[in-house]
Design a protein around this ligand. Structure first.
Ligand SMILES: [Zn+2]
Length: 320
């Protein structure tokens, strides 16, 4: 018997109340030099703030694509400058389809982040991927329907390579951090990204399982596409909260149990991210930072000035 949809609802929409960032100060002062965060962290359901983040200040970033989901909290984590953004906004106010993904990624780029660590609650599509375990996806499958998932257009065409949609180096580091933090981790797997906000039907869950997808969520593919276009490393800690709707023996799990999983996972994710940030080397050996090198197709002379201005933070180095 299929588990009623409502028992899984809290797991990937996160109805947990907000935990405001401590000691945060709203400021308009520019971030310069060594105050710039090189690492961006995007927290999903359950992860609305970041433990251990010190000397914080809130930055309201205006981008050519509008405003991000919330103020970005810039601070020091494990001795390194990081920027933290809660994907759904504090208080969890924004649907997956309503998130201004372009503004979120562009704002991180504007602040100086070259790497993005994402933490996201997901459902498991396989028996051996158990709730409270983590998975580092290395592939995505797109089942979204109504999102703008590119920075390009309006006179400027570019096609980035997306064969390997995540940063392998950052993914390996996150997996190692899970092990160090004593969280069971699965290296690699496909994250199927659906539009939501509804969870899958049983028929859809069976199809996703037959296609051998590992986990299901509603946000990360869109972020990964934009991060690649913005030449940022992107990797995800997928926190398994439940077995979607397909598992017969987990049909009777209570909403309270799922909420508890979400809370425990968020705490584990904080440990994993702190460990990862601590061990993240300053130098990149991956190719993420040159993803646009051969991707811009439009004749330079034909690119409208407005497009150059709009995408200056991303394409400026190739057009000047
Ligand atoms: Zn990379």
């Amino acid at each position: 018997m299929a588990r009623p949809q409502k028992t899984t609802t809290p797991a990937r929409t996160g109805t947990k109340p907000q935990r405001p960032a401590k000691n945060s100060v709203k400021t308009r002062a520019p971030l310069t030099g060594d105050t710039k965060p090189a690492i961006g962290i995007i927290g999903g359901s359950g992860l609305y703030s970041m433990a251990g983040l010190e000397d914080t200040r809130e930055v309201r970033v205006k981008t050519p694509f509008g405003e991000p989901s919330d103020a970005i909290v810039v601070g020091t984590l494990e001795g390194k400058r990081v920027a933290f953004l809660t994907r759904h906004g504090r208080g969890h106010r924004i649907l997956p389809s309503e998130i201004n993904y372009r503004a979120n990624i562009y704002a991180m780029k504007m602040l100086g982040a070259g790497r993005l660590i994402s933490a996201s609650a997901v459902g498991s599509l396989q028996e051996d991927l158990r709730p409270m375990e983590f998975l580092i996806p290395d592939q995505f499958f797109d089942r979204t329907k109504q999102r703008i998932a590119t920075f390009f257009g309006q006179g400027l065409v570019a096609h980035v390579s997306f064969e390997k949609p995540t940063c392998e180096d950052l993914s390996m580091l996150l997996a190692a951090a899970c092990e160090q933090a004593r969280v069971k981790v699965h290296r690699g797997g496909t994250y199927v990204c659906i539009e939501g906000p509804q969870f899958s039907t049983l028929a859809e869950a069976h199809v996703h399982r037959q296609l051998r997808f590992e986990v299901i969520g509603m946000t990360n593919l869109t972020e990964a596409k934009l991060a690649r276009e913005a030449e940022m490393c992107y990797a995800t800690v997928a926190m398994i909260t439940d077995y979607d709707c397909w598992h017969p023996e987990h049909a009777s799990v209570t909403a309270a149990e799922v909420m508890n999983n979400l809370k425990t996972n968020a705490q584990s994710a904080e440990n994993v991210i702190r460990t990862a940030v601590r061990s993240l080397p300053a130098a990149h050996s991956c190719k993420c930072a040159v993803a646009l090198q051969h991707a811009i197709v439009t004749d330079r002379a034909a690119i409208p000035a407005a497009a150059k201005r709009r995408l200056a933070a991303i394409v400026g180095k190739y057009l000047n």
